[in-house]
Design a protein around this ligand. Structure first.
Ligand code: ZN
Ligand code: ZN
Length: 300
């Protein structure tokens, strides 16, 4: 147990230095023979998970098949299924992890990870698995990482509300990917007298046209839509079909009905649930600020 804590602390130390908040080490006979890099992900590949990097480091170019027998892998986070498959091939005897994989989705994540431990236990019963070692410490690193995104949410929802202050109708929306705005509604939204003049639609449309190589629907995956008001069904369709991963909204449709104009109060969360689309929704962020804008504009 003492040894487990010692090596888990090293995995957690690495998780604090890495780009994503995960770290891993591989130990043989009390010695670390592989570790994820402080620079993990080391390159822009799909194999950049900390466990994969630690495995590569320990294998030193040797084939993965059974070459890590007698080793323990310490990972600050329960490994995903890609890493689990590699761990099983490698012949590793013990897997010790800090925090369960679902915890990564508590705060901010575009990737829907889930536990495959039940399957692993069935197909590789001789792999010893120990969870919850230094769980709080491992989780704190993820929380700190996610705080950065909470700040980002606050900043971008304010920007969407700012657009709503000067727009023709009191609504504003922006689409953000990797911290950069790739689409937004304009101060003069609606820009023309058509059906499609909702702030969300204009923002999504401009984001799609900014992605030059877009040839099909669903290319706004990993994007967040910030909108000053809960989307209507017309906008919901565009959100779902363009594959937006997160939606942060300020005022509710009920607020819009109360202070601006008559609308159809279809709850966004319920539609998303029904659609089976995995969209993360952050509702009512800075709702008061958005309501102020609606009030100031007055009823239609
Ligand atoms: Zn992984
Ligand atoms: Zn709409």
């Amino acid at each position: 147990m003492e040894e487990d804590i010692k090596f888990m602390n090293e995995a957690i130390r690495l998780s604090k230095l890495a780009k994503y908040p995960y770290g891993a080490v591989i130990v043989r006979k009390g010695k670390i023979i592989g570790r994820s890099s402080a620079k993990t992900p080391v390159s822009s590949t799909i194999f950049e998970h900390s466990s994969m990097v630690a495995l590569e480091d320990a294998l030193q170019g040797y084939s993965i098949m059974g070459n890590l027998k007698g080793c323990t892998l310490y990972s600050s986070m329960e490994p995903c299924m890609m890493c689990m498959e590699a761990i099983m091939y490698s012949g590793i005897d013990r897997l010790v992890y800090g925090v369960e994989i679902e915890a990564s989705n508590l705060f901010y994540n575009h990737i829907e990870d889930f536990s495959v431990m039940d399957f692993v236990k069935k197909v590789k019963p001789d792999l010893e698995i120990v969870g919850n070692i230094c769980r709080d410490e491992a989780l704190n690193v993820i929380k700190e990482y996610n705080n950065k995104f909470i700040e980002e949410d606050n900043k971008f929802i304010d920007m969407a509300i700012d657009i709503s202050k000067t727009a023709y109708y009191p609504f504003g929306a922006i689409v953000v990917r990797n911290g950069k705005i790739i689409g937004k509604s304009t101060d003069d939204t609606p820009i023309k007298n058509t059906l499609y003049t909702h702030a969300e639609l204009i923002a999504i449309e401009s984001a799609v046209s900014n992605i030059k190589d877009s040839i099909s629907r669903g290319n706004l995956h990993q994007c967040t839509l910030y909108t000053s008001c809960e989307p209507c069904m017309m906008c919901m369709e565009a959100i779902l079909s363009e594959g937006i991963s997160r939606v942060v909204y300020a005022a509710t449709i009920e607020d819009s009905i109360e202070y601006f104009c008559d609308e159809f109060a279809v709850p966004f969360e319920e539609i998303v649930e029904k659609s089976n689309c995995k969209i993360k929704i952050i509702p009512e962020l800075h709702r008061d600020k958005a309501i102020e804008v609606l009030k100031k504009h007055g009823r239609l």
